[in-house]
Design a protein around this ligand. Structure first.
Ligand code: ADP
Length: 483
């Protein structure tokens, strides 16, 4: 059983209009490491979603009427409460999602950093004064909140994916209906407990857990009361939402699939590249959308890199995320394991060699051993599709042009990584890489102070940074005549 310092953080009702509601329907939430049911959560369904949209719509003008400073004060308290309760929030997160407890705590603090950042930004939603185009005219541009935001988020970051949407939305005066992944609703509900304690008014933040992802998604997209959808998840579902938003011409932010290339040039600091690859590939057991998916290594250092990475894999410890020292938890479910196995089988059939791992762990079910394969080519599924698991495939290349061409031979463009000590090459390759983010001599790029997002079929919009409010704001131009 989950032991919390504050057991009231574990809520199982939907949170609608400031009330915790049972809905008559419920679904189980499992611990992916053990298969054990942690809790049974109320299913808000389409009716609950509609009620949440109505509440958010009614609450929005009042919330937007507060000053930025007043909203900032609420968000600041929310941030402080998240930090104060980080241990419990991390435990809930590890229980429902599986990642190691220290990594879960890292996610909680990462999520909180967005609340802090946008609390600060709430006071800085500046407009513009534009010199008039006629002598008797003056032009002013103001920024206003878009209105009600519908949010749909995945299970791999059950806290942070919500926090980094919720924070800018609330900061600028939007209200919010969150539909968390059905696999990880408890972290979202725990956030709502703390938002309520921080003084977020009823209706401003609603959480509608539901098994009916498609139904709730369709309701959010169709409702004329929802002004914007923000989504993190697969490109497949992102496209469905985009189509569904066409009827009401809704604004959309999409953070979709990646297939991140990770390039190691001959002149790289090889130890740094190995450390970078380890973190970019194996963090969250490979289950992040910016995980290195294909590792391109220049011929001159290919064997040395493979050897060093192989040796480093020994530092990973697979296990239940609650056990001390564990660095790599289970995958979210058996379907995720099956996908890793499919990619591995396809690669081996086409000539790749397994250097380390390569099979399910004897820990059972959802555990897969950290795996390294060499001799990978662009034709293999592992180089074309997002694996979302602890499988590192090494592809050999000869020239810079060849590496860039391989990086860009993808419909995705979220993150890319490159390791080189040649400054000119760093600039050239970073500029040519068709991605929204480039990690240069680092495998860790996520922070609230930088704009996170992708190009091509990896999405629309940016989250975090001074640009992060833009997705939740409309520009309004005021033309003053007769002056
Ligand atoms: P992932 O592979 O990260 O789980 P998905 O796109 O399948 O990506 O899921 C992301 C989120 O979208 C999850 O909360 C999931 O329940 C939800 N989802 C899945 N299908 C739909 C749909 N048709 N409409 C709206 N949301 C959906």
């Amino acid at each position: 059983m989950l032991m919390l310092k504050d057991p009231s953080l574990l809520r199982t009702q939907a949170y609608i209009n400031g009330s915790w509601v049972e809905t008559g329907q419920a679904f189980p939430v499992e611990n992916p490491a053990t298969g054990e049911v942690i809790a049974t959560v109320a299913d808000a369904g389409i009716d609950g979603t509609r009620a949440a949209i109505d509440a958010a719509h009614a609450a929005q003008p009042g919330w937007a009427a507060l000053t930025g400073k007043e909203r900032a004060a609420v968000l600041r308290r929310f941030h402080d409460l998240i930090v104060a309760n980080a241990d419990d929030l991390a435990a809930i997160l590890t229980a429902e999602m599986g990642k190691p407890l220290p990594e879960a705590k890292g996610e909680i603090l990462y999520g909180a950093s967005f609340i802090e950042w946008f609390a600060e930004e709430a006071k800085r939603v500046y407009g513009d004064v534009i010199p008039g185009h006629q002598r008797d005219k003056r032009i002013v541009v103001i920024k206003q909140p878009v209105g009600v935001v519908g949010s749909i988020t995945p299970w791999n970051f059950p806290n942070a994916m919500i926090a980094r949407k919720l924070a800018p939305a609330l900061a600028v005066g939007c209200t919010f209906v969150a539909r968390p992944s059905e696999l990880t609703p408890l972290s979202a509900l725990a956030l709502a407990v703390l938002a309520e304690r921080a003084g977020v008014p009823a209706g401003v933040f609603n959480v509608v857990p539901s098994l009916d992802a498609a139904g709730v998604g369709a309701e959010l997209c169709a409702s004329p009361k929802v002004a914007k959808i923000t989504f993190t998840g697969s490109t497949r579902v992102g496209k469905i939402l985009m189509r569904q938003c066409a009827d009401t011409v809704k604004k959309l932010s999409l953070e979709l699939g990646g297939n991140a290339p990770f390039v190691v040039f001959d002149d790289a600091d090889l130890d740094a590249a190995v450390d970078g690859a380890l973190i970019a590939k194996f963090r969250n057991a490979g289950q992040t959308c910016i995980c290195a998916n294909r590792i391109y290594v220049q011929a001159g250092v290919y064997d040395a890199f493979a050897e060093k990475l192989h040796a480093k894999l020994a530092s990973l410890k697979l296990g239940n995320g609650f056990e001390p020292g564990v660095t790599t938890g289970p995958l979210i479910n058996e379907a995720a394991v099956a996908k890793v196995e499919r990619h591995l089988r396809d690669a081996v059939e086409k000539g790749a060699a397994v250097v380390a791992g390569g099979r399910r762990s004897n820990l059972g079910r959802t555990f897969f051993e950290p795996t390294l394969i060499t001799g990978v080519t662009q034709e293999m599924a592992v180089a074309r599709e997002e694996t979302f698991g602890p499988l590192a495939p090494l592809v050999k290349f000869d020239t810079e042009d060849e590496a860039v061409a391989m990086c860009n031979a993808s419909e995705f463009g979220l993150a890319g990584y490159l390791f080189s000590r040649d400054l000119a090459r760093v600039w050239r390759v970073a500029e040519r890489m068709e991605t929204g983010m480039v990690g240069i001599n680092t495998g860790l790029i996520s922070t609230e102070v930088a704009p996170f997002g992708g190009v091509k079929q990896s999405g629309l919009g940016r989250e975090g940074s001074k640009y992060g409010c833009d997705d939740y704001l409309e520009l309004k131009y005021l033309c003053l005549g007769g002056i």
